[in-house]
Write a new protein. Structure first.
Length: 215
């Protein structure tokens, strides 16, 4: 209980200090707005993308095995990591800022790459239905949001933005596991998964350059 109380006090103090800085305050508000806008447009774009005619190709790696359904395990890992990652970052406002900006860039890059590489889903895909979206209803399962893997990129971003070194390595392992899961389910082609960390890292480095102050 004392640990939790200490963590909460540190959280309050860190945010009071950060928000007293006008430059940070402005960046944070702008970053939150841009993140919301990018996610809104990404959702609209992915709906549009599902109607486009895409192309497919033979993936030698996927050809080696039949798909298996790992939906629940994958999303349990992703949502669990997101909760842990955000809670661990909560008392580091500048890291939260970097994470928001990085994810905005990842979302924007995904719209660009998916637009220029309109892939069709692997032929044996087992659709990965988001349990959270399914529970609350209204969400459609996307099959063509392929290049590059948003699941893998998100996990790697958590590794990049984590402060604790042990947690960083845990998220790196989770990134590999999530990558293996989406491939095992034939949700993505190999290239979608292999390229995802590079796009995540690029987004992270750009965000760090925008915010040169030590985090």
């Amino acid at each position: 209980m004392e640990k939790l109380k200490k963590h909460f006090v540190e959280f309050i103090e860190a945010w009071k200090s950060a928000l007293s800085d006008k430059a940070f305050r402005t960046k944070f508000v702008v970053s939150v707005i841009l993140l919301a806008v990018s996610l809104f447009f990404l959702a609209k774009f992915l709906d549009y993308n599902e109607e486009r005619i895409g192309f497919s190709f033979v993936d030698p790696f996927l050809s080696l095995f039949q798909p298996i359904d790992l939906t629940w395990f994958t999303f349990l890992l992703i949502y669990g990591a997101l909760v842990v990652g955000l809670l661990a970052m909560a008392k580091y406002p500048r890291r939260i800022l970097i994470a928001f900006q990085s994810y905005t860039l990842v979302s924007s890059l995904r719209m660009i790459t998916i637009f220029f590489l309109p892939l069709s889903a692997p032929p044996l895909i087992i659709p990965m239905k988001d349990p959270f979206v399914e529970f609350f209803g209204g969400g459609e399962t996307m099959l063509k949001d392929l290049f590059f893997s948003g699941h893998t990129a998100t996990m790697f971003l958590l590794a990049l933005t984590a402060k604790n070194k042990k947690l960083k390595w845990i998220f790196v392992v989770f990134t590999v596991v999530v990558a293996a899961c989406v491939l095992a389910q034939h949700v993505h082609y190999s290239i979608d998964v292999i390229s995802a960390p590079f796009f995540a890292y690029t987004s992270y480095r750009i965000s760090r350059l925008i915010n040169k102050k030590k985090i």
